[in-house]
Design a protein around this ligand. Sequence first.
Ligand SMILES: Cc1cc2nc3c(=O)[nH]c(=O)nc-3n(C[C@H](O)[C@H](O)[C@H](O)COP(=O)(O)OP(=O)(O)OC[C@H]3O[C@@H](n4cnc5c(N)ncnc54)[C@H](O)[C@@H]3O)c2cc1C
Ligand code: FES
Length: 371
Amino acid sequence: MSPGQFAIIVPGPTSRHNAYVPTVTLKSSGRQFDAAVDETVLEAAQRAGVALPYSCRGGVCGSCKATLVEGECAYPRNPPVALSAAAQRHHAVLLCQAVPCGDLVIEAREIASVEDIPHRRVEVAVSERRMLAPDVVGVWLVPVDGTRVNWLPGQYLDVILEDGKHRPFSIAGCPRADGAIELHVRHVAGGGFTSWVYESLKVGDRLTIEAPLGTFVPREDSERPILMMAGGTGFAPVKALVEHFLALGTRRPIDIYWGARTAADIYLRDMATQWATDMPTLRFIPVISDAQEAAASGMREGLVHEALLEDHPDLTDFDVYMSGPPAMISAGKGLFLDANLPEERLYFDSFDYAPDVLSAILQGRAGIHGL
Ligand SMILES: Cc1cc2nc3c(=O)[nH]c(=O)nc-3n(C[C@H](O)[C@H](O)[C@H](O)COP(=O)(O)OP(=O)(O)OC[C@H]3O[C@@H](n4cnc5c(N)ncnc54)[C@H](O)[C@@H]3O)c2cc1C
Ligand code: FES
């Protein structure tokens, strides 16, 4: 094993032989798929049409965490930053990074609902561009060839750059009759693509996208009340999920916490307030971290995950959906599980940078928190 590779070794077949094609078995369903050379478990599953959870694909968010029941895998790409030492001792693996060394048996959540919609590459044109907040651009895209892109609420797409790199953005709504795809793009200081969107993108520009992606989708097999938490443009997939539940006429209570630094960053406040007016079981709680801004706007002051926990100190009976900056996701994960939320009822998308940038940062040994 070369330096930088991390192995998880539990009883099972020994290291991979060159000509050997490992089989991955999912313990709960018994489904099986093969992994090609150097393929991660997640990539092999996707090639086989099996939907396993993921978000960042860079090894930092933990949404692809699963348990290795049998077998051995290595981490030749990024180290499994999202796994604590204790989790690794309990044979937790990150499916987006783990490459099988031989046959594996894995305990992982399968998300059947996303399997029905194959993802594909489409050329799209910008049909509308509008500033939503001082550093957030609303972008609407339509397929150039007139075909429709389908997705589940909460999923994201990749914008494919000219050099082949990908930049992920959540789709801020459900599929619409006019076929338009709405994005909320926050300008990242020093970021190549988002700077171009902020400074130069105009109506008529063309992009190549790959969609749909991701597993931050509604779970319909529950009657429990829902807590949604968004940070900044993390509101984009939350908007899609809420619109979906409203369209279904759900009776489940929904509390939406939207955190940002300033009042202007709560850029669709009127829309969310209207949801609460229209539906008596829905509450909208904007939370502002800047004390002066909070006082001036009359909105609640604080950190959004702390506000959620102040109102709901025991999360035993809830389903929680959250999306936004990695620091918020990381804080929410730890505290919500401590507040008795079962891990399998915490659904999240962490707005990490793209996998190539995460790899470069990790290889440069720079800190990844606060991205
Ligand atoms: C599932 C998912 C959904 C997302 N949805 C949204 C969304 O709906 N809205 C939204 O606004 N964002 C979203 N994001 C985040 C978004 O994808 C990133 O902000 C975006 O990829 C940044 O792209 P960029 O080209 O502008 O920046 P990049 O060029 O990728 O750079 C990002 C930052 O890293 C630094 N950097 C770049 N290369 C290196 C290097 N080699 N070493 C050190 N530092 C480096 C840059 O200076 C910059 O500060 C999502 C992320 C994920 C994973
Ligand atoms: S750690 Fe694997 S998807 Fe984020």
